[in-house]
Design a protein around this ligand. Structure first.
Ligand code: GRF
Length: 240
């Protein structure tokens, strides 16, 4: 399976996908970024993966968070940008597109022509938007997590594939929470793509897949991680 990755930042999720290439017989065929300095591009180059920087359309910069997504979707410059991406994906025979810290909305030009999966650093439908972890942290919930989902034309909205939960402790900072949550993300994305590669079905939003031994192992790893985090929590409590 050939995967295309769109990323705007550090690319640790991209790395987790690359690191599982051999195990799951997939290949990242192209990495595209709207950010010239994205470390994700550097990661791709280092692995000999085709990497492309496409400058963010200028008028995209005028959109502030909270702008009506329909307005963005209708913008011809945004459409043209996604047509370009779509052509690149086709040229590189990409089957599925993984958004990994990609900071632009995608338009129907992409959504209608490719299967697109996104990872969001919160338990959707809570804390949608650009600052999933910050918003979660500021709201001071006790449990958060991350979500993989198919992308549709609404923000962080398409059918959910997998979710993992992450505890939030009173002594957490935004940074410690990001770190704990990312550990789950790096398990969640490869497992999501593995299930996708085996074939999933979507019925009334519900994403159906076969629960095989590897999936059980994945779920067990998440539970172990959760237990491990609580171990740290108790130790921290006793040290006080
Ligand atoms: C992740 O937290 C992801 O959920 C969000 O953006 C962040 C990207 O991190 N969409 P990285 O670039 O993969 O390290």
């Amino acid at each position: 399976m050939r995967i295309g990755v769109l990323a705007s930042g550090g690319g640790t999720n991209l790395q987790s996908i690359i690191d599982n290439s051999e195990k799951y017989s997939w290949k990242v065929g192209i990495v595209i970024s709207n950010n010239e300095d994205a470390y994700a591009l550097e990661r791709a180059r280092r692995q000999g993966i085709k990497s492309v920087y496409l400058e963010t359309p200028e008028n995209m910069l005028k959109y502030k968070p909270g702008t009506d997504i329909e307005e963005i979707m209708k913008d011809p410059a945004r459409r043209d940008y996604d047509i370009l991406i779509s052509e690149l994906l086709d040229q590189h025979k990409i089957k599925v597109v993984a958004l990994a810290g990609y900071m632009l909305f995608v338009t129907p030009e992409l959504i209608n022509n490719h299967d697109i999966i996104n990872i969001h650093p919160a338990l959707l439908p809570s804390f949608k938007g650009l600052h999933g972890v910050r918003d979660t942290y500021n709201y001071a919930v006790r449990i958060t997590g991350c979500t993989t989902h198919f992308v549709d034309d609404k923000e962080d909205h398409g059918p959910i594939i997998l979710q993992a939960f992450t505890p939030v402790f009173p002594y957490d900072t935004e940074e410690s929470l990001i770190k704990r949550n990312l550990k789950r993300e790096h398990l969640l994305y490869p497992e999501t793509l593995r299930l996708y590669g085996k074939g999933v079905e979507i019925k009334d939003r519900r994403v159906l897949y076969e629960v095989d031994d590897e999936h059980v192992e994945f779920q067990n790893k998440l539970l172990e991680m959760f237990r491990g985090d609580f171990g740290d929590y108790y130790t921290h409590g006793k040290q006080k």
